[in-house]
Structure formats: structure tokens, C-alpha cells
Design a protein around this ligand. Structure first.
Ligand SMILES: *Cc1c(COP(=O)(O)O)cnc(C)c1O
Length: 406
């Protein structure tokens, strides 16, 4: 097989859609165009049947009941619905939410929003390995705490939080547990019952499905959880999310879930082997560090800092042949270093010199070979031109240098 360029290693940002997903979706754009809420004719029934089937496929992947799946436009909306929805629904019980500093912006900014409306939020720090401290979590709980919002797998580092331990703490204190599992679902086994999860958000386009569709899982028993709708109208999705259902996208999302269900185990093994090969080869370079726990980590992610080299510069060095993300410019056009890496205790220099590798279903061994060679030679070349590297090699303590600031 011929090497396919550019190499796409940004699967945490979005995944290409699987052709089998597209195939499942196509009829629902054209001849099967009905509104799933139309109860009076076959066009509506056909669409409704397709949505019901997709709801089963989606639920099955996380071991939920289909009735517990609320379709949304993606994980951002599901995060908003979970946090704002619980905050409003359980207002008489309390106003305190606990989350962590390394959450996705969709969670952090939603928490900031509820702070503006009188809510209280505790942002837990993480340890050097990216994991939260369970004792700190338990200590943060007050009689006013209504929700713990901790993500499953981190989008920048791949670090997987101790979900079962978190849910046990939540249960013990009668607090609901919400997890943004956008990076984990379809990649590793996620089971809302075994894991003790009350609400869970995920998204189609992070798991080889279409963009613009996702879901919020809302537990229906032990306990029965409710969220206040954030979108009012025709009362779709059991009143929790109104709006005509995006039938083709939902069909695709369902198909994507089914494919992950069937292929996850072998795919996780294939990807972690490839990821480890990539990581081990790159670690042969001096002054190279893997960011976050390598033990509690998603199988397809590696975040590596190449000290004395700028991530952005590195990417220019590849001549656009490798598509990945650096620890800068993650959410905007600014060159702010990643807040996730800084939360792990990295200095600006190491955060700026990081690259995030997100492997995926269509990544090949040839592409990994190409990436290893390209990165090794680019890092070596850039370091050879770097005065800091030269000083480091001469044994100068760079941290002791006083820089002129302006
Ligand atoms: C991508 C991502 C989101 C946002 O998902 P959308 O479906 O694009 O809105 C939220 N959380 C995490 C962890 C993500 O990786």
C-alpha cells in the first residue's frame, strides 16, 4: 500500500467519517426524508423507526437503556444540558458543582456561566500525572453539592480518570456524577452501570460518525435523574431537548456506535501498539517527555514535549505532511500555552514544545514510520539551530538565566 500523505494524527479534534457510516446515512437525506415526529404517515414512521434503531445502537455501546439517550447537536450541547440542566433542576437541593481544571472548555465555560447566576464551583487541581486526587474530591463535597463533573479521558493527554472511584464517592454523598466521555466512548469500554455514571456526554464526530450529533445519557433509575431543558419547543426527547431530530446524523451516529462496539477491542490493541512504537522511538531523542499518566491513558493518544523546540516551529518543519495539534493555540488563534498541560505542572517552555498525537482507525504503520522519521529529523535540525540547545549541551543551567523582559 502506498503511503498516504498528509498523515492525519489529530483524531482527538475530529475523526474522518467511516465510509460504512456514510452509506447508512445516505437514504435519510433523500427518499427517507421524513420528520421522526410525524405520526400520521409512513414518511414519519420510517424516520422514527430509524431513530429508534439508532437509539438502541447508541445505548448499547454504553450499556444504557435506549430511553436514557437524549440526542443533541454534539458533546458541547450535552455538556451544557447536563450541567445547566442539573443546576436548575436541583436548585432546591443546592448550588455547588465540583469539576477539575483540566476539563474541556465546554464544561469549564458552562461552569463559569452558572457561577454568574449564583452557583458555586470548585475546580480541583490535578496531580502531575493528570489524575484528580480522590481525597481532595471527597473533601470538596458540602451539603450544597449537587453535581460532580469529571471527564472520562482527557482530549489533550488521553489521561483516564478513576471513574469508578469517583462514582462511589458521589454515591456515598448522594451527589450526581456527570462525565464528559467524548474521548473515551468507542475507544475503551464505557459502561454507565458498572461505572456508576448518572449523566454522560459524547459525540459522533470523535468516533468516526458525522459532525453535529451527539448524546447525553440521563439515568432513569437508581436514581432517576432529570435535567431542565435548555432548548424549549415541541417537547422532543422526552421534553429535555426540543427540535426536529437530525435523522441522517442520528442514523450515522448509531452506525458509528455499532462499529465501535464490534471493533473496539481489536482496534484498541492495534492502536496502543502503534502508539507505543511511536512513543518509544521518539523517546530516543534527548530531553523528551511524555505528558500525563502512561498507565491510565486512552490507547490512541500520546502527548510529548520536545524540550528546546517550539511545537509550532516543529509543525512548520514537517512541511504540512503531518496534521496534529501542538500545546499552543489549542482553542484559539492565540499562542497561549495549553491550560491542561500547565495544570500538570509544566512550565510555559515545555507546554509550548508539546505535540499531541491522536491515532485513529485509518492510521497505518507506514504513516507511523514516516512520522517517526520526520519528527526525529526535524527536532534534531531545529535543536542544532537553537542557541538554548547549544547552551544546554555546554552544561549551562538555563533556568538560572535572567531574561530581559519587555
Ligand atoms: C470534542 C470534545 C467536546 C466537544 O464536542 P462537540 O461534539 O464538538 O461539541 C467536548 N468534550 C471533549 C472532551 C471533547 O473532546
Amino acid at each position: 500500500m502506498e503511503l498516504k500523505l498528509p498523515v492525519y494524527l489529530d483524531n482527538n479534534a475530529t475523526t474522518p467519517m467511516d465510509p460504512r457510516v456514510l452509506e447508512a446515512m445516505l437514504p435519510y437525506f433523500t427518499e427517507k426524508f421524513g420528520n421522526a415526529a410525524s405520526r400520521n404517515h409512513s414518511f414519519g414512521w420510517v424516520a422514527e423507526e430509524a431513530v429508534d434503531y439508532a437509539r438502541e445502537q447508541v445505548a448499547k455501546l454504553i450499556n444504557a437503556d435506549p430511553k436514557e439517550i437524549i440526542f443533541t447537536s454534539g458533546a458541547t450541547e450535552a455538556d451544557n444540558l447536563a450541567i445547566k440542566g442539573v443546576y436548575e433542576m436541583y436548585a432546591s437541593k443546592g448550588n455547588h458543582v465540583i469539576t477539575a481544571t483540566t476539563e474541556h472548555k465546554a464544561v469549564l465555560d458552562t461552569c463559569k456561566h452558572i457561577e454568574k447566576t449564583g452557583g458555586q464551583v470548585t475546580y480541583l487541581n490535578v496531580k502531575e500525572d493528570g489524575l484528580i486526587d480522590l481525597e481532595e474530591l471527597e473533601k470538596a463535597i458540602t451539603p450544597k453539592t449537587i453535581l460532580i463533573a469529571i471527564m472520562y479521558g482527557n482530549n489533550e493527554t488521553g489521561v483516564v480518570q478513576p471513574i469508578r472511584e469517583i462514582s462511589k464517592i458521589a454515591r456515598r454523598h448522594g451527589v450526581l456524577f456527570f462525565t464528559d466521555a467524548t474521548q473515551a466512548v468507542g475507544k475503551i469500554p464505557v459502561d454507565v452501570n458498572a461505572d456508576g455514571i448518572d449523566l454522560l456526554a459524547f459525540s459522533g464526530h470523535k468516533m468516526y460518525g458525522p459532525k453535529g450529533v451527539g448524546a447525553l445519557y440521563v439515568r432513569r433509575k437508581n436514581p432517576r435523574v432529570k435535567v431542565t431543558s435548555q432548548m424549549d419547543g415541541g417537547g422532543h426527547e422526552r421534553g429535555m431537548r426540543s427540535g426536529t431530530l437530525n435523522v441522517p446524523a442520528i442514523v450515522g451516529f448509531g452506525k458509528a456506535c455499532e462499529l465501535c462496539m464490534n471493533e473496539m477491542e481489536s482496534e484498541a490493541a492495534r492502536l496502543s501498539k502503534m502508539r507505543d512504537r511511536l512513543e518509544n522511538s521518539l523517546m530516543e531523542l534527548e530531553e523528551t517527555y511524555v505528558n500525563g499518566s502512561t498507565e491510565h491513558r486512552l490507547p490512541h493518544v500520546s502527548n510529548i514535549s520536545f524540550k528546546y523546540v517550539e511545537g509550532e516551529g516543529l509543525m512548520m518543519g514537517f512541511n504540512k505532511n503531518i496534521a496534529l495539534s501542538s500545546g499552543s493555540a489549542c482553542t484559539s488563534a492565540s499562542l497561549e500555552p495549553s491550560y491542561v498541560l500547565k495544570a500538570l505542572g509544566l512550565g510555559d517552555d515545555l507546554a509550548h514544545s508539546s505535540l499531541r498525537f491522536g491515532l485513529g482507525r485509518f492510521t497505518t504503520d507506514d504513516q507511523i514510520d514516516f512520522t517517526i522519521d520526520a519528527i526525529k529529523s526535524t527536532v534534531t535540525k531545529l535543536r542544532e539551530m537553537s542557541p538554548l540547545w547549544e547552551m544546554f549541551k555546554e552544561g549551562v543551567d538555563i533556568n538560572a538565566i535572567e531574561w530581559a523582559h519587555h
